[in-house]
Design a binder for this molecule. Structure first.
Ligand SMILES: NC(=O)c1ccc[n+]([C@@H]2O[C@H](COP(=O)([O-])OP(=O)(O)OC[C@H]3O[C@@H](n4cnc5c(N)ncnc54)[C@H](OP(=O)(O)O)[C@@H]3O)[C@@H](O)[C@H]2O)c1
Length: 357
């Protein structure tokens, strides 16, 4: 029997991607959905219409049949007795109470930042820091919950950490400097106005840079005696919003402890591809990394469909002469696929295999 799951925030940017990522899933079945009071009580198809009655389906393709006439509930109407897992895709302020309520009874996988910075909460990227999932047991015990909250990182941290992990493991890391060019959809369905972003670059995304700094060190850290010791790496970044619909591009400068060059970086990513823990899971891509030697890659329009948005693309890899040992490169990571909804489904698959769900 499939595990019964609920999507909270099902009408939003990430919620819609959840609907798609869970369509015909071999292990999970969406049985309940919820959103705000604005949408509650409506059929899904009506709940995603904008004020003029136009269907606002932002994730492409046809809307899956299973969801069209499903009733959107209020959070309070969700029946936890009939669920095995909750996916939460709500803004962080509302998410805090919602996730607390559900975690008392059930596992909660979240795309919000509500719980990310708590000591007994790991920030998980499937394939990168799976071993930190053991902290969920500590969390459960500390809080006397039957479930737990497992958040993903901010979608900008995701691409950075995925590309850093194999290099840091092999060559050590001292400092990283990143500039992001983030997609419009990263701001949610009402986050960025069309007038504000057209023919423009927004040089500031509130709270984003602090999130990237803290999360990168935590995810690359080590679980020791029931706590995560942050990685000893200095992180600085500038986060910008650009007129791209889906997928974040990031320019990265990395200083390593040992000698590194583009050839070694390529081999390192190829080796990681062969052994990445999530290989073979239903939502995992065939290739976790795509390494490009053509200097005109990565480009959002070319990369966002690769591995159904679950492959992280790397290009422009060059030796960086500013440091004794270092590289510069560019990456592309899909903010709604690997960076949130489908990444959360992959995380659920990894935790299901570990018998935590
Ligand atoms: N967008 C991305 O690429 C991305 C990537 C990674 C992480 N995240 C995080 O994922 C979460 C969702 O982001 P998003 O971009 O999908 O936001 P969004 O498009 O604004 O959608 C928010 C969703 O939450 C629902 N909601 C709002 N207040 C609620 C409440 N009090 N109770 C129940 N549901 C409520 C909304 O319902 P209504 O439609 O009824 O208002 C909607 O379904 C955020 O925490 C965000 O930071 C987003």
């Amino acid at each position: 029997m499939k595990k019964r799951v609920a999507i909270i925030g099902v009408t939003g940017s990430v919620g819609q991607e959840f609907v798609r990522s869970l369509h015909n899933h071999p292990w999970f079945e969406v049985t309940q959905i919820a959103a705000s009071e604005r949408s509650a009580g409506k059929m899904y198809l009506d709940a995603i219409r904008d004020a003029s009655g136009i269907i606002s389906w932002d994730v492409g393709g046809e809307i899956p049949e299973y969801i069209k006439s499903m009733k959107v509930l209020k959070v309070e109407e969700i029946d936890v007795q009939k669920l095995d897992l909750v996916f939460s895709a709500v803004e962080s302020e509302a998410a805090r109470d919602i996730e607390t309520k559900f975690a008392k009874d059930l596992p909660v996988i979240s795309t919000s930042s509500a719980y990310r910075y708590e000591e007994d909460v790991p920030i998980l990227i499937p394939g990168i820091n799976d071993e930190q999932a053991e902290l969920l047991e500590v969390q459960k015990k500390n809080r006397n919950w039957k479930g737990w909250v497992a958040p993903l990182p901010n979608c900008t941290t995701t691409g950075l950490v995925i590309t850093l992990k194999p290099l840091v493991e092999k060559f050590g890391a001292k400092r990283v400097l990143m500039t992001s060019m983030q997609a419009i959809s990263g701001g949610g369905k009402s986050g960025v106005s069309a007038m504000g972003i057209t023919d423009n670059i927004l040089p500031y995304i509130p709270k984003e840079e602090g999130k990237v700094r803290i999360e990168t060190r935590k995810i690359l850290g080590k679980l020791k005696d029931g706590k995560i010791e942050d990685a000893d790496i200095k992180v600085s970044c500038t986060c910008t919003r650009v007129p791209v619909i889906d997928g974040h591009t990031e320019s990265v400068f990395l200083e390593t402890e040992k000698y590194i060059d583009p050839k070694q970086a390529k081999i390192t990513y190829e080796d990681y591809n062969k052994n990445v823990s999530v290989l073979g899971l239903p939502s995992a891509p065939e290739k976790y990394y795509a390494f490009h030697e053509d200097p005109t890659r990565p480009q959002p329009r070319m990369e966002r469909e690769v591995g159904d948005g679950m492959t992280t693309s790397i290009g422009r890899v060059e030796k960086e002469e500013l440091f004794d040992n270092g590289l510069k490169y560019m990456l592309f990571s899909h903010n709604k696929k690997m960076g949130s909804a489908k990444g959360a489904v992959l995380l659920a698959e990894m935790l299901y295999k570990k018998e935590k769900i």
